[in-house]
Design a protein around this ligand. Structure first.
Ligand SMILES: [Fe+2]
Length: 169
């Protein structure tokens, strides 16, 4: 049990750092998005993300350990890519910039979905239902955000394929 608990705590420290980085990145992503719905989606997820940080702190407390963040290099890289996407987007058509931003956001969500899926499974294995339930709540929020971005991209994809005249080639 001690071994599993250690793995769980390490992974939670990684996620705490990841979420902290997102709290800083999401306002920039919201500002960069042109589509009002996408702008709003990032704003909503920012509020959710702040709640996820609090939820993680609650989990650390339930596990009787200090809420310590451990540098998450993967999220650092994803956020850096996101910033590049924002910078490059300034030279692009609005719809193209938004689609690229959506890709960056979905890569981030998928990383989080992987992370929370794993920690939830470990918590279940440890028989810690309270912790597993809290982590499952965050997992659901990440999955919902991912699906929402997919939905928001559908009209943008239509628009982009018209604008570029892809069918005329
Ligand atoms: Fe998150």
């Amino acid at each position: 049990m001690a071994v599993l608990q250690e793995v769980l705590v390490e992974q939670l420290q990684d996620l705490l750092h990841a979420e902290g980085q997102l709290v800083k990145a999401l306002p920039k992503m919201s500002k960069a998005a042109h589509d009002p719905k996408m702008k709003q989606a990032f704003q909503t997820h920012l509020e959710e993300t702040k709640g996820q940080v609090e939820r993680l702190k609650q989990v650390f407390e339930l596990l009787g350990t200090r809420a310590k963040a451990r540098p998450c290099k993967a999220m650092q890289g994803l956020v850096e890519e996101g910033q590049e996407t924002i910078a490059e987007g300034k030279e692009k058509e609005e719809v193209a910039a938004d689609l690229a931003l959506a890709v960056a956001a979905q890569k981030i969500e998928h990383y989080e979905i992987a992370g929370y899926g794993s920690v939830r499974t470990i918590a279940e294995q440890l028989g810690n239902q309270k912790v597993a339930k809290l982590l499952a709540q965050t997992l659901t929020e990440e999955e919902k955000t991912d699906k929402l971005i997919t939905q928001l991209c559908a009209p943008l994809l239509q628009e982009a394929s018209r604008e570029t005249g892809d069918e005329e080639e």
